[in-house]
Design a protein around this ligand. Structure first.
Ligand code: HEC
Length: 87
């Protein structure tokens, strides 16, 4: 199986404009997200919902719809979620 390059995928979709690995940008850092969901048994479901349903978020005091992840497959989506949680 070919390894999925998650960071490349996130960069291409513009996610890294708002998320960095270890520091806060407009969005929380990947490490912070990993910590937030570390002990949450429903983490996968919640993250999947977040990434596929464009929930409303606050960016610089304005309400925006969160960017939807556009996976070529659910395998890509699951790889992103595993990658986030591994930090
Ligand atoms: C315009 C800036 C912006 C972009 C682009 C963006 N995000 Fe976010 N993201 C945010 C903000 C702000 C939050 C915090 C939302 C909140 O907690 O209300 C967030 C939250 C998240 C969360 C955590 C949700 C949770 O349940 O706590 C994940 C995972 C996430 N983003 C992944 C991504 C991915 C993957 C992409 C690319 C497809 C992306 N983001 C693109 C700003 C952005």
């Amino acid at each position: 199986m070919a390894a999925i390059n998650v960071q490349k995928m996130l960069k291409k979709q513009g996610c890294l404009k708002c998320h960095a690995i270890s520091h806060q940008k407009d969005g929380p850092s990947i490490k912070k997200l990993a910590a937030k969901y570390r002990d949450d048994l429903e983490a996968t479901v919640k993250l999947r919902t977040h990434l596929t349903s464009s929930p409303e978020i606050g960016v610089e005091g304005k309400v925006e719809k969160h960017k939807q992840f556009e996976p070529k497959s659910t395998t890509d989506l699951d790889a992103v979620i595993r990658w986030i949680r591994s930090h």
